[in-house]
Design a binder for this molecule. Sequence first.
Ligand SMILES: O=C(O)CCC(=O)C(=O)O
Ligand SMILES: [Fe+2]
Length: 366
Amino acid sequence: MSATKTVTQSDTAIGKLTLAYDDAIHQKYKYHEYLPVYDEETHFDPIQPFEFTDRGLAADKAKPALLSSTNPDLKVSKLTPVIGTEIRGLQLSQLNDTQKNELALLIAERGVVIFRGQDFKDIGPEKQKEFARYFGPLHVHPVGAHVKDHLEYHNIYLGPDNEYRARQRRERLTTTGYHSDVSYEHQPPGITILTLLSVPPTGGDTAWASQTAAYARLSQPIKTLLEGLRAEHSGFNQAENARRDGKYVRREPVKSEHPIVRVHPATGEKALFVNKGFTKRIIGLQHEESDALLQLLFNHIALGQDFQVRVKWEEGTVALWDNRVTAHTAISDFDIHNPQEGLRHGVRLTTQADKPSGINGLESVW
Ligand SMILES: O=C(O)CCC(=O)C(=O)O
Ligand SMILES: [Fe+2]
């Protein structure tokens, strides 16, 4: 296996910039400007608490503006009864604020909404960021690769010239790993937008699990137990691994103790808020109790195909999910060294949301 090739440029507009790709093999790539880079100089202070109002609260529950019956091109279908809705015939780039409010509510209700045939990836990074910012302040990933001059993008790229994430998974039986993005933040992300700029002919799907349904399936005694508990979510491993691998940490890691069952501010629905990626322990339990209970929940989330949806990407697909009520996983089943299997490249914008609130006034602490 070839090692990750990096080309270092100094004295760029934003200081030291490392390319996380081999420029020679992407010369003709239409989305060249979105290829992954690391700004290794800009440091970010801790994220400060902020007031957050969910856009879904302003929406008409019937969603007449978004799902208008007067649009002859509109096709809306549920991907499964429990999670996921697919929309065709509507451009994200054209939505007005009333429609965006209704979209925020729809995403919260359905977990993930898949928009097909979008021009979103061609409207430019500034307009994409402006669209996302409507839903909340943009999160900057503490360690991930981003887009040149746009640190708010989290870059998703595995290729023969970038094996970093593939290498991390080589010692595992599977590439799947359900998680909720950066759940260690004090106000973790809500609405998240993933756009694939290059889609492999087959493979590279993404799957989501409904954490609302996962919660609802539990027995009443377990629900009651979990509703009174918080769990620690930590960004420290991620930062330590990045440092170990010679990556730049642009913001120091944090931990939070979030309620295990959180209530969505717009829908009032309860969702499990633990994930294998970042949840370390349940506060107040003995180690063995915490490990056993978390393992039960992680297995439950990963095994529940009847509350999951697996989405195949198409040219022009944009996925929007609510990170508070879903977990997701990439499915990296394509061979990055086989050019026939294509190039998979995407960018993610994620918006910060509320400080998680649980049942009976249980709040996050840190
Ligand atoms: O590549 C994917 O399908 C999902 C990657 C991911 O976990 C994310 O964008 O947060
Ligand atoms: Fe993710």
